[in-house]
Write a protein that binds this ligand. Structure first.
Ligand code: NA7
Length: 530
């Protein structure tokens, strides 16, 4: 008999809720977490300026009405320390700690067909067996540092934003080089610029950013909002992004230009990426509509940045707006008006090497005391591929995913019995409010395990034909949008050599949930239950 019913890998939002949900359903469960604390993404990404780009009222668990009533967020967009406090509160409140094992990296997991169980191996050689394996490793946890020749010779400190020292870093009076201008780079840059003697921002691709208009939560607003939190959550579950957004319901291309400007300006003033991109129905599917919105955003950059040439360089043109994760910032573009900030275009003159005293590009040398890499992640599949996962017949997951990650419904990879992935490839995941999508997956998987257990089923496995059909659908939906037009981490383009496959499901959170529910109602259609 297996040691556990469910072995959970990771204790971020997904792993934490999995421990609670499976335990409440009567299963024995243990979460193995590499970090010295819980929180996953919110444990590791503690760089200055780290902040969620989904509003706190949405980016929070909905499974407990008491929790959502009792907890009060302080800001519209929560900063990393507050999210981490929230998760620790959840672990305390639901007494989850006994079933979470910290400082434990899972290095391997293999399927034992004879015993219908998984063997999970950890970094210190411990082995535990479990009937079910649940990956809760997260979509953005395998960080990447580009291989720059000479980095090992650099005399000063260098950091990746996703492994920020717990005690912080003091850049006061230092010359700092920042590589990467995605969501993370855009958040950390103004924080560094506020104290550093000099900040060089090395930009490969200019990025779009909408304002946050972050603000403290007004207690009166909070009280009123919480009187109907339940029906708000229901709307979120049925929505497209996992956040109820009031769009105009009209295509931009059918709108008079002056009206488009008015609508976009209203949303620009209100702040937030989802309501802005969701204003019109055609922005993410029609390049001409997308161009209208992109031009509006470039206008805002040009009017913010005093130097016109700099404004041009900061204006994104390489991809449709929204096709890379839309950044949010109240102060990134204005920061370039500070005399101690320099933008370096490494698209036209790429980084060549690092020496003990600085960084050399194709056309200049920049002396710096410290380097910061905000260069992103081997997203969606990276963290799982770092574990030696072997399914039926000892086949490695890396082999199955050699041409790109795939699974049935973004939940279960065929050939890997009794293995589930929370927000896996083929589910809305990163293209949704992650917390809501995590809850939907954990609850669906919990119900599936309850069904299997009560029907004497020992293995649940996605059928290859169901997986093929689902991934074909995921691709078809994606290619009807502008998303594949960008070299983004959504398609793995940021990792040299990674197969270019678009895996987040763009069919909408609500329809996706309905599809998962229908599969369950039909006796787990597409799964083999033995
Ligand atoms: P992102 O969005 O992947 O951004 C990484 C940035 O680093 C981006 O500007 C990249 O330029 C740049 N980058 C990556 N590799 C290199 C190399 N080798 N040389 C120069 N520049 C490089 O990661 P983030 O951490 O900002 O955000 C990830 C998600 O976390 C975000 O979308 C939110 O969902 C939360 P590129 O654009 O590839 O030219």
């Amino acid at each position: 008999m297996a040691d556990l019913d469910v072995a959970v890998v990771g204790a971020g939002f997904a792993g934490i809720y999995a421990v609670h949900a499976f335990r409440s359903a009567g299963f024995t469960v243990r979460a193995f977490e590499a970090g010295s604390g819980i929180g996953g993404t919110w444990f590791w990404n503690r760089y200055p300026g780290a902040r969620c780009d989904v509003e706190s009222k949405d980016y929070s668990y909905s499974f407990s009405p008491e929790l959502e009533q009792d907890w009060s967020w302080t800001e519209r967009y929560p900063a990393q320390p507050e999210v981490l406090r929230y998760l620790n509160h959840v672990a305390d409140r639901f007494r989850l700690w006994p079933d979470i094992q910290l400082n434990t990296r899972v290095t391997a997991a293999s399927w034992d067909a004879d015993r219908s169980q998984w063997t999970v191996t950890t970094g210190d050689g411990e082995r535990r067996t479990a009937r079910f394996l649940l990956s809760a490793v997260g979509c953005l946890s395998a960080y990447q540092v580009p291989s720059v020749p000479g980095l090992e010779t650099f005399a000063g400190p260098w950091y990746h934003t996703s492994r920020w020292p717990a005690d912080g870093v003091d850049f006061t009076g230092r010359r700092v080089g920042l590589i990467g201008t995605g969501s993370t780079g855009i958040q950390i840059a103004p924080e560094i610029a506020a104290v550093a003697e000099q900040l060089y921002v090395f930009q490969r691709t200019a990025n779009f950013a909408v304002p946050n208009r972050n603000r403290a939560i007004d207690p009166d607003w909070e009280r009123a909002f919480k009187t109907d939190y339940r029906s708000y959550r229901k709307q979120a579950q049925e929505s497209f992004l996992g956040v109820p957004i009031a769009g105009t319901g009209r295509p931009a291309l059918a709108e008079p230009p002056a009206e488009i400007q008015r609508t976009l300006m209203d949303r620009w003033q209100a702040g937030g990426g989802m309501p802005f991109l969701g204003a019109y129905t055609d922005v993410l599917v029609d390049r001409a509509a997308n161009d209208l919105v992109a031009e509006f955003m470039r206008d805002r950059i040009r009017e913010t940045v005093a130097d016109p040439a700099l404004g041009q360089l900061l204006s994104p043109r390489a991809y449709p707006v929204g096709a890379k994760r839309l950044c949010q910032s109240d102060d990134y573009f204005a920061m370039f008006n500070q005399p101690n900030v320099t933008l370096v275009d490494i698209r036209s003159a790429p980084v060549q090497s690092v020496s003990p005293t600085g960084l050399r590009t194709a056309d200049a040398f920049y002396e710096v005391d410290a380097l910061v890499f905000a260069t992103g992640f081997d997203a969606i599949s990276g963290a799982l591929r770092q574990i030696d996962v072997r399914g039926a017949g000892g086949v490695p997951l890396t082999e199955k995913w050699a041409a790109g990650p795939r699974s049935y419904l973004g939940l279960a990879p065929a050939g890997f019995p009794n293995m589930f992935i929370v927000t896996g490839p083929g589910s809305p995941s990163v293209f949704s409010n992650m917390v809501l999508s995590i809850e939907q997956h954990v609850e669906w998987i919990r119900d599936c395990l309850v069904h299997a257990t009560s029907h004497g089923v020992s293995t649940v496995e996605a059928k290859p034909s169901a997986e093929d059909a689902w991934m074909a659908h995921v691709t078809e939906v994606a290619y009807a949008t502008v998303f594949p037009l960008a070299d983004s981490w959504y398609v793995g383009a940021n990792i040299p050599g990674k197969p270019r496959v678009f895996t987040p499901y763009l069919g909408g959170v609500g329809p996706y949930r309905a599809r998962c529910d229908a599969v369950a109602a039909a006796g787990y259609e597409g799964f083999a239950l033995d």
